[in-house]
Design a protein around this ligand. Structure first.
Ligand SMILES: C[S@@+](CC[C@H](N)C(=O)[O-])C[C@H]1O[C@@H](n2cnc3c(N)ncnc32)[C@H](O)[C@@H]1O
Length: 278
């Protein structure tokens, strides 16, 4: 795991309070990578990633799902609409909670998802209460990842599953240049640490979950950052960010850092499905 301890939780919260607007303008309702099989539109690619993970996790109709780090509620709404799931989304950002709840209402999503503004590392959702824990690109921001996995495992009913996508650091050995590339991403995108694929497997297993499936999707998702970079240059988003302050241009300037880290192999993008076998 590569650690970058100077990141602060309040800065992560502020980042999502302000940058949600940028993500929506630049990308769409999902704040996660797209998954490309060909020349699909970015919007379709985002849904494809959601759909792929839901299929791998074999999400059944009517399930209770906790969407941890739910952003604008993109996955929560999709799982309610397409899998009839009863979803509770959790986000650190009060702006995102309001955004997610309003857009689910506006879109008349049924069954209606619930959204909580809570810290995933503190929230109590009740033991044995979920069929699935779902988390796309949130655990990068957590400070005590092993403790979070233990907490999340306690929410799962027997046979329940945890489906997750995450940005990953390369497996060790990692050289100085690769480490610096990962640290640059942690700095610009507010990640206190990035785990490798085997770190995640270890955290799932230490939490008492059995790995069902894991894999690497770096090549299928990396186009996300080429498109975002081009959109930043083409639109007035950078000027808007400048008006709001230094931290908000910081993340726009780090799109290259992620893309380069994927290309050099310093970072990977992974998915995981694990099951509560007890
Ligand atoms: C990259 S966005 C992903 C959003 C969403 N999963 C999606 O795919 O559209 C990261 C999300 O993690 C949330 N997050 C970060 N740290 C968190 C924490 N400690 N507790 C709850 N949510 C957190 C942010 O508020 C944001 O919604």
């Amino acid at each position: 795991m590569i650690e970058h301890p100077s990141v602060k939780k309040q800065v992560i919260r502020n980042h999502y309070d302000i940058s949600t607007l940028f993500y929506r303008l630049l990308w769409g309702p999902h704040i996660h990578h797209g998954y490309w099989e060909g020349n699909e539109s970015p919007q379709l690619a985002q849904v494809q990633l959601t759909n792929k993970l839901a299929n791998l996790a074999e999400i059944r109709a009517g399930s209770v799902v906790y969407d941890i780090g739910c952003g604008m509620g993109g996955s929560s709404q999709w799982l309610a609409k397409h899998r009839s799931c009863q979803v509770t989304g959790v986000t650190l950002s009060p702006v995102q909670r309001l955004w997610a709840a309003s857009s689910a209402k506006w879109n008349r999503v049924s069954p209606a998802p619930k959204f909580l503004c809570k810290d995933a590392e503190q929230v109590e959702l009740g033991p044995n209460s979920a069929d699935y824990v779902w988390s796309i690109e949130c655990t990068e921001h957590l400070f005590d990842k092993p403790a979070f996995f233990k907490k999340a495992a306690s929410w799962l009913k027997p046979g329940g599953r945890f489906a997750l996508c995450a940005w990953l650091a390369k497996e060790s050995p990692i050289n100085t240049d690769e480490r610096e590339q990962v640290e640059r991403v942690c700095d610009g995108m507010f990640c206190p640490s990035l785990g490798s694929q085997s770190d995640y497997v270890q955290w799932f297993e230490d939490a008492g979950l059995r790995m069902v499936n894991t894999g690497i999707w770096t090549r299928q998702v990396e186009r996300t950052w080429e498109i975002c970079k081009a959109r930043v240059e083409r639109t007035g988003v950078r000027y808007l960010a400048r008006l709001l302050g230094k931290n908000h241009t910081l993340f726009l300037n780090h799109f290259d850092a992620i893309l380069n880290a994927y290309k050099s192999g310093a970072m990977e993008y992974g998915f995981f499905v694990a099951e509560n076998g007890v």
